[in-house]
Every structure is written in C-alpha cells, then in structure tokens.
Design a protein around this ligand. Sequence first.
Ligand code: ADP
Length: 486
Amino acid sequence: MHIVHVSAEMAPLAKVGGLGDAVRGLTKELSKNHKVSVILPKYSFISETAFPMKLEMQFSCERKRISYDVRIFSTEIDQIPVYLIETSPLLDYFQEGSLYLGTKKDIHRFMYFCKACAEYLIRKNQEISVLHLHDWHTALLAPLVKEVYLSLKVLIQSVVFSVHNLAYAGHFLPQDLMDIQYPLEDISSFKEKRLFFSYYTLIRGALKRADKIVPVSPGYAKEILTKKYACGFLSLLQEREKAIQGILNGIDEDLWNPEKDPHIPHHFSKKESVEEILLAKKKNKEALQARLGLKQGDYPLFISIGRLVDQKNPYLMKKGLFYAKKQGAQGVLLGTSPIERTQKAFSKLKELHQTDPEIRFITKYDEPLSRQMYAAADFFLMPSNFEPCGLTQLIALRYGCIPIVRAVGGLKDTVFDARETPQTKANGFSFKKPYAKSLESAMKRALNNWDIDRCKTLVENGIKEDYSWKNPAENYLAVYQSFLQI
Ligand code: ADP
C-alpha cells in the first residue's frame, strides 16, 4: 500500500504535544511493511543542519489571484521520506517562530498549506492508496480531494481522518476560502447552523467527506457521539456514525524506553524483577530531588506533565500537588500554557515554591526533564476534563509511574483502577467527577497502597503491558484495507 500522511506536527521535526509523537510512531510502524511518506509545512525553526534537505519540486500556487512560489523539500525521519512544503516568504506563513500562532492567521496558513499540498500531489502524479489526514489543520484536504481537484480523486483511493482533538475545529469566514479560490458552491459543507447564527469550521469538511473518521481511542469515539463531548458537531457525527472507528494511539517503545533512555541516570526494564525496577526508580528519585532541590528521602512522589489548558484541568493538577504536600508526599508539575493568564499564574506558583522542600512548579517545555520525572516518580496525575487518548499516561506506565486519572476518553481505555479491576489487570487509580475531592480520594487510595507494598502489582502490570504502535498500526491497516478493491 502507498500511504501518505499529512500533518501539522511530526516529532522530532515539529512537536507541541501528542499529535507529533503519534504521527511519528504510527508512520514508523506502518513503514515496516508499506510505502509511507509524510507531508508537513516547512517551519523555519526546523534545523537544516540537523535534518539535511533536498529540493524536490518548485511550482506556483495562487492566493487572492496572485501567484506565490512553493518549494517542496525532502528529508528523512526513521528512514521515512518527509516532504516539507515551503510557502513563499512574501506570505510569511511558516517563517514565524512558533508551530501554532494562536491567531486568525493560523487559518490562512493551514488553508494555503492544504491547497499547496493538493497542487503538489497533482504534480507528483503518483497513485495513493490512503491519504491520512490529522486534525483541523489538514482537514480541508478531504473536500479538496473529493470535490475540487478531480484529478486527485482519481489518484487517491481513500481519505482517512484522525481526530486527535475535536475541540480545535479551525473556525473561519467564507472570505478565507474565497482567498484560496475554493469553489464556493460547496461552502455549505463547512457550515454549522444554529438557531440565530451559523459558523464555518474546517474540521467539518473532513468529518463530512473522509471515508473513515478515526478518533484516537474507542472511549473518545463513543464520547463524541454525545452532546457533552461533540463540540457542536453532534448531528453530523451521528450522520457519519458508521464511518467512525476509534483506534487507540500507541507510544514508540524505542523512543520511550527506560532501559536505554539517555536522559535518566538509572536504567530499568520490564525483564527485571519489580524489586529491581523500584530500586532503580528510587535512585532516580534521589537524583531528581537533588536536581530540583527537594527534600531528600523516600517520599511518595506525584508528578503531572502536560499543556496547561482547560482540557488537562490545570486547576486540579495544582490541587493535586498541594494535597501531596499536605499528606507528607512530594509533587512536581511540568507544563506550559498558550494562555497568557494561565502561564502567569503558574509562573507565580513557581516563584512562590522555588525553595519548597515538597513541591515544584516548572513552567517550561523540557523533554529531558520530563523523562527524568517519569523515571523517578511513583504517581502520575492526569485529572483531564476530556482526553481524546493521552500519551503521557502511557509513557508513565512504561516508566513504572502509576497513573491517577479521571476516567474519561482514552484514559478510561488505558488506566484500570486498582479497586475496580482484577489484580492481574489493574495498573492505576481513577476517579469520575472532575472535583478536587474525587482526585484527593484517589490519591489517598494510592498512598495507602504505596504504604503497604509500594504498589508493586500495579507497577508490574503497567510496565509489562504492550502500548507499542504494533496493535494500533494493525487496526489502521485493517481500516485502510477495507477501502481497497482487491
Ligand atoms: P496532548 O493533548 O498535549 O497531545 P498527550 O498526553 O497526548 O497530550 O501528549 C503530550 C506529549 O507532550 C507527551 O510526550 C509529553 O511528555 C509532552 N509534554 C507536554 N508538556 C511538556 C513539557 N512542558 N515538557 C516536556 N514535555 C512535555
């Protein structure tokens, strides 16, 4: 099969969160048996020294009836060809610093990226079994392929759309589509009607036109068919229910491997006994306490890592740390927020607690530190309001760090509560309501369990579980195959 992924993120070239990890992990697994490539925007922050690039193609692509140069560069990640679309500096789209700007301009950037991508695929003129799109940034390609570029409809056998997060929909104005000369008779595909107003979103284009819609966990697939989690797309999603199939994300077990992780001082592996694993983790905890200036000693350590946005419930993350301190345990939070007010509030907490013996708030993006935290900590707090899949709890499990999660979306599919699950399967603690009391009671149960035997069975079950991309990739292949005429 010839599978082409189009995404805004792919680690290590461009990553903000789980999307970047997922695209890398899935394509790496699929490429073991199939021809796979990835198309991304060429962000100016991608280092050409670290990732040598070759110019593949050059053409012009219009916006507002003005022609602009587009150049396609190629590089390789895990031996997978990655094609980077460079838009003209005159448009100043991907030349700016960040992956997402968080402004209206993001719509213009990714709309034009989709158009340039379609024009590139036409010129490349290769048959494609599956065009696999990810999230709103690439959603416009589904209607472009199905409705606009008829020559692509012939080249591309099927379009699959992965929903990593329905909450980001790509709201736009009809004028934005006119700017890229999208035929406006089809604009109703993007329109959501409300009683007194209507609005347009790019994600609707893919939800309507993709052959298959894949939310990133079975739990989330069910949830988005309910009003509470459908983000305003309930009637459309109900219409397309037969095309929806949840597939759980995995993690790249080579990249997230406590046996070889170059950033952690004491390695361990699932081949060792749980006592050996806990001993190595204890030494990692001592190293982390020393690095962060926390009180030295065998205190239970709770951590939380993630974007500080409403989805992750930063308020409860913070509450969890204070509760840990109150219980004589320790807590470390690592996270950044795109929302200025939240980033400021957490920076303030960071200042207030910079010499606290029990807790630390760290407001930066620091992957090596995150790895040291997973390897050192006993418990991982993830009190999300909603969670399409969540990778951090999977990484935590692999690093022997027991997740304490709100039972929602992908967290429900991957974390099995010690009280409610048979001992052979239990790997963490969960709670249902998004309240501090519920989180604290789960933390209390975790601490009781820790006092008895350091939660040995949970650590063992978690670390031995297979959360690799092997099963998810097989599930995706079954989806791809269902479209191919054999
Ligand atoms: P998201 O909703 O952000 O995609 P996921 O749990 O799917 O959440 O994935 C988040 C990824 O980003 C994980 O690899 C996590 O370790 C990483 N991450 C998030 N915030 C930080 C941070 N401040 N420093 C280092 N890594 C981070």
